[in-house]
Design a protein. Structure first.
Length: 73
């Protein structure tokens, strides 16, 4: 999205579904949002960019749960 004075804004939303790995490990679905703003300078020879990932802190670092013969982790 282009805003004033040549600044560009990028907003991204990512979502991953739940899934099972090798029949024993449940992977929880996650979602997150990222944001970026950039400015291109004359002749596009210089670009300054600032970004932020998972800006609402909704993603997890450990989305795994396992069940090995009834033993939960």
């Amino acid at each position: 999205m282009n805003i004033t004075n040549g600044f560009l804004v990028d907003i991204t939303f990512t979502q991953r579904s739940n899934w099972i790995w090798r029949g024993t490990v449940d992977i929880e679905g996650t979602h997150g949002s990222s944001f970026g703003i950039r400015k291109d300078f004359p002749n596009k020879k210089l670009q300054i960019k600032a970004t932020g990932a998972d800006i609402f802190r909704t993603e997890t670092d450990y989305p795994y749960k396992s069940n090995y013969g009834g033993i939960q982790q």
